[in-house]
Design a protein around this ligand. Structure first.
Ligand code: ADP
Ligand code: MG
Length: 606
């Protein structure tokens, strides 16, 4: 009988092996410690890093803290306070639940823990070196927990050698940090690297949090997304198409406040942008899903960022529709000042935090997919709207609530009642200068007129009052066969806008154009439209109409450099300020700048 070769691994070796899975680099430690702080109910979390985490990773929180016994227990593998029975696994609300992280971290580092609960007078200090507790004593500390991890991988030289440069490790830490910070805007976060403050994020709403991380400019580039069904709620922001970048930018999905990666859902978003952005461009998005945990699979490895929904294709469809809808709805309206109503777009949190109920009730059980569930996979908004009047009601109700809240909470920068008794003149044949209340306005004439026309064209098309001007001399378009085919596919939308086309074997005649006093260079317009749509892959009817309206407005608007008579100036201003929103042109350029007395005095006194 030989000696047994099977031995129980010594605990510290088992821990090191586990550590290999959980702790890949400093960023993994940052993530685990921050998640524990969140699970402990902290309202403020500080992360201190030295040398990209190679020297120090410290996370300080003001959460529940641990008593002496729990502090020691927390270092054991499979020690968790978050799960006590199997059923809990199906309703995970915390970030961690496997009880592996701390055990793994202390196995491969020198760790110091200071922690105190509210009940305790004195807290506990524990020093661990490679899983061995080398010191423990009472310590005077505030309530909460501070965990300092030093010399990561001190006992695994091969791993330590494979750490990348400080910059690269810091980049990974940074990514983990912002993912958690974005998922929890109501919590204060600080990130300090080598004594420099990288982020200091106050408690805020989600949009403010995004702005605090990515800079003020991002606000103008985003539109809100919101959709609620009884299966899932979606809220957040997506980038306006014109800001899509070739470099994959800020793209974030969160499911129940947990960052996830999902090529599948990314695809849903890309489909919603189809035809709006260049093929290789990437839109930004910050999309939050709230779903009953029973519909997601928690049994996926905790350090991985994938997730499984029990009904992925429904999530796909709802997301796609939500994004399409919001692009359609907001793409062309001015970037609102969301800031004053950070809660508007996070109804889930709003319900939890503030008891204020809107005066219109939306039936929370209403599921717009009920009626047509089988086809839900690949409908476009246009198609679905026709099928289900419910959608219209649904959207218009949420929109109504949104605009009510907006009126309550937003400082609309200009009063909408633009009055008589003003003065205005043209300057440089480019701008119109006028005053409004206490402000001096310099208005870009071309952009203003583009917006007015754009809104007119869309209104005509949507309301079906066809304004149309028959052409006494129809205009023949000289097109190649494939261009004719392409144009044919958009004929309905063109007709809805007021065009009339006659197709024959080898030519197209334009016999009517959308009315009014527009000056339209017809061949030029069609050339541009064909170019635009040759890049598109089946955009929805709404989007086609918006694009046509945009193009029509652009080609027929008053141009920069054009001299305007007094009455044209008057009409232009009146039409402009009649609009519900008049801050940005259809191409999202600012329409005017404004200055108040103080700004002028500041200039004068410089
Ligand atoms: P898990 O998070 O999966 O439970 P961890 O190893 O990350 O496992 O943590 C083990 C336990 O230690 C947790 O369940 C929790 O009870 C306790 N703990 C860890 N970090 C903190 C903290 N910052 N504040 C309070 N308790 C903590
Ligand atoms: Mg944990």
């Amino acid at each position: 009988m030989g000696t047994s070769v099977i031995k129980l691994l010594p605990e510290h070796i088992a821990n090191q092996i586990a550590a290999g899975e959980v702790v890949q680099r400093p960023a993994s430690v940052v993530k685990e410690l921050m998640e524990n702080a969140l699970d402990a109910g902290a309202s403020e979390i500080k992360v201190l890093i030295k040398d990209g985490g190679k020297t120090l990773i410290q996370v300080i929180d003001n959460g529940s803290g641990m008593n002496e016994t729990d502090a020691r227990m927390s270092l054991e593998r499979h020690a968790t306070s978050k799960i006590s029975k199997a059923d809990d696994l199906f309703a995970i609300q915390t970030k961690g639940f496997r009880g592996e992280a701390l055990a793994s971290i202390v196995a491969v580092s020198h760790t110091e823990i200071k922690t105190k609960t509210t009940e305790q007078e004195l807290g506990t200090y524990i020093r661990v070196e490679g899983s061995k507790i080398v010191k423990q004593e009472p310590v005077a500390v505030p309530k909460g927990t501070s965990i300092a991890v030093k010399n990561l991988f001190f006992n695994i030289p091969a791993r330590r050698k494979f750490l990348k440069s400080i910059q690269v490790e810091m980049k990974h830490i940074h990514d983990e940090f912002i993912r958690l910070a974005l998922a929890h805007p109501q919590i204060k976060f600080t990130l300090i690297h080598n004594d420099n403050i990288v982020y200091q994020l106050p408690e805020s709403g989600i949009l403010q949090r995004i702005t605090n991380i990515f800079g003020n400019k991002i606000k103008e580039k985003l539109v809100p997304v919101k959709e609620e069904t009884n299966y899932i709620r979606i809220h957040g922001f997506v980038g306006k198409p014109e800001f899509a970048k070739l470099k994959r930018g800020e793209q974030f999905f969160f499911v129940n406040k947990r960052f996830i990666k999902s090529p599948y859902l990314n695809h849903a978003i890309m489909t919603a942008y189809e035809g709006l952005i260049k093929e290789k461009a990437h839109p930004s998005y910050f999309v939050f899903f709230e779903i009953d945990p029973k519909h997601i699979d928690v049994n996926i490895h905790p350090t991985k960022t994938e997730i499984k929904f029990d009904d992925e294709s429904t999530v796909y469809s709802i997301l796609k529709v939500a994004v399409k809808h919001s692009l359609g709805q907001f793409n062309l309206s001015p970037s609102m000042d969301f800031e004053h109503k950070p809660d508007l777009d996070i109804p889930y949190e709003m319900q939890k935090q503030s008891p204020k109920t809107p005066t219109i009730d939306v039936n929370p059980d209403f599921n717009p997919f009920e009626t047509d569930f089988d086809n839900a996979k690949d409908f476009s908004i246009g198609h679905f709207k026709k099928e289900s009047q419910k959608w219209d009601d649904f959207f218009s109700k949420t929109h109504e609530i949104a605009s009510q809240l907006e009126q309550e909470n937003t400082n609309i920068p200009l009063d909408l009642n633009w009055e008589q008794g003003y003065e205005a003149f043209q300057w440089l044949n480019k701008f119109i200068i006028t005053t409004f209340q206490e402000k001096l306005l310099v208005i870009h004439q071309q952009r203003a007129h583009e917006l007015i026309l754009y809104k007119q064209f869309l209104k005509n098309a949507n309301e079906g009052h066809l304004l149309q001007q028959k052409l006494i001399f129809p205009i023949e378009l000289e097109l190649q066969a494939h261009e004719m085919d392409l144009l044919k596919t958009f004929e309905n939308e063109l007709v809805a806008m007021g065009f009339e086309l006659e197709f024959s074997e080898d030519q197209i005649l334009v016999t009517a154009i959308p009315s009014s006093d527009i000056k339209l260079n017809i061949p030029d317009f069609f050339e541009k439209i064909i170019k635009l749509f040759s890049m598109n892959i089946e955009p929805s009817k709404e989007i086609i109409q918006e694009e046509i309206a945009k193009m029509l407005a652009k080609t027929s608007a008053i141009k920069t450099g054009q001299k305007l008579e007094k009455n044209s100036i008057d009409t232009l201003l009146k039409d402009l300020f009649k609009l519900e929103s008049f801050l940005f042109s259809p191409n999202n350029k600012r329409i005017f700048v404004q200055m108040n007395e103080n700004e002028i005095l500041n200039q004068l006194n410089k």
